[in-house]
Design a protein around this ligand. Structure first.
Ligand code: 13P
Length: 266
């Protein structure tokens, strides 16, 4: 049986850390706590120029580094781009792709080419999908996003694929408006059904890991832990707040421990 690894928190720093000193301070402020976690991994996704610096400090299996985007070709005349290979050589093992804050800069084809390149380099794509609004077409739009990415990518390694459901209306750039665990579960069902069709078998699709992202913090994480089938979380606003992250780690650890040692029903 395929056993999914630990829960993960993916910290998308976005463009909120602006110097090497700040990147270092933030990373070091949580490193020790993360190294002691039993059931949680942290994937830290700094801006491209700090990936190498953060990766150099990684000496613990709980702590990994990711990029916030990457260009699929390895090298060439592409002014301003950072390739998947460059991210890999800098120490990234994961790449966030298709984030809603970038989708206006790239086509559907760009996103699937990036996913393919990440997989071909033996790295893990964190693919963001999510509807703009919960209107009458939201399910149709979500299904289309899933098809646009997955119809074109290799189907060989579902265990290396991570899908983050990040509804655009829930991202906290303007104000906090998180989805509930029930809304997440509704979307998860839609996404999984589509992935099962694309990957042809339920077994293959069930190896893909799913994250929730959108205004998640220490106040609402328990709703997801208790009531949702979730492998982890993609966080933005709180990704550079060590105090809130610590509380979230503790809540995850307590929850997993309780689940593991809860008496099993016959
Ligand atoms: P917030 O956690 O700030 O809503 O951001 C979510 C996000 O966009 C992470 O990629």
């Amino acid at each position: 049986m395929f056993i999914k690894p630990k829960k993960m928190i993916v910290a998308n720093w976005k463009m909120n850390v602006t110097s090497e000193k700040d990147a270092e301070r933030l990373f070091l402020s949580i490193k020790n706590v993360v190294s002691k976690l039993e059931y949680t991994n942290m994937i830290c996704c700094p801006p491209h120029m700090y990936v190498n610096q953060v990766a150099q400090h990684v000496s613990n299996k709980n702590y990994r580094v990711g990029g916030q985007d990457a260009y699929p070709e390895e090298s060439g005349s592409r002014t301003g781009e950072t390739s998947v290979l460059m991210q890999k050589n800098a120490g990234a093992e994961y790449i966030i792709l298709g984030h809603s804050e970038r989708r206006h800069l790239e086509t559907k084809l760009d996103i699937s080419r990036k996913v393919t390149a990440v997989l071909e380099h033996g790295m893990m794509p964190i693919i963001c999908v999510g509807e703009e609004q919960r209107d009458k077409n939201w399910k149709k739009n979500l299904i289309q996003q899933v098809r646009d990415v997955f119809n074109r990518v290799p189907k060989k390694e579902p265990e290396n694929i991570i899908v983050a459901y990040e509804p655009i209306w829930a991202i906290s750039s303007d104000k906090k408006n998180p989805a509930t665990s029930a809304e997440y579960m509704e979307a998860l069902e839609v996404i999984k059904k589509e992935l099962q069709k694309i990957f042809k078998t339920v077994a293959a699709a069930s190896k893909i890991r799913f994250l929730y992202g959108g205004s998640l913090d220490d106040k609402n994480i328990e709703d997801f832990l208790k009531n949702a089938e979730v492998d982890g979380f993609l966080v933005g606003r709180v990704s550079h707040d060590p105090r809130i992250l610590m509380t979230m780690f503790r809540l995850i650890e307590d929850h997993v421990q309780k689940e593991l040692f809860a008496p099993k029903e016959e």
